[in-house]
Design a protein. Structure first.
Length: 102
């Protein structure tokens, strides 16, 4: 039997960048907790897998292709595979739940 874990345990406090923690990895699904700082990395992602993200806390601006999308806590978004996207702004230590589907 599995013991419960908590999404909010051991949160990093970031000044810059993002922290990725894999919470679940089974067959074609990977679930990650992402903590983003107010100055996220300038990495543009273009992944081979589909991704569904939920902003748990804070706010964020995500650039997909050339469109900037504003997100607040509770908002979720599907990012199809091969879609260029970048986190351009977040509140301090905002928390995401990301589900990658391979």
């Amino acid at each position: 039997m599995s013991k419960p874990k908590n999404l909010f345990n051991n949160l990093p406090h970031l000044v810059i960048g993002e922290d990725f923690k894999t919470l679940f990895d089974h067959q074609n699904v990977v679930i990650k907790r992402i903590v983003s700082s107010c100055k996220p990395d300038t990495i543009t992602y273009n992944q081979s897998e589909d991704e569904w993200v939920l902003l748990i806390s804070g706010f964020a601006k995500l650039k997909m292709n050339k469109e900037v999308i504003s997100l607040k806590a509770g908002d979720y978004l599907f990012i199809p595979a091969q879609t260029s996207h970048q986190v351009v702004e977040t509140s301090t230590n905002c928390i995401w739940l990301a589900i990658h589907i391979y």
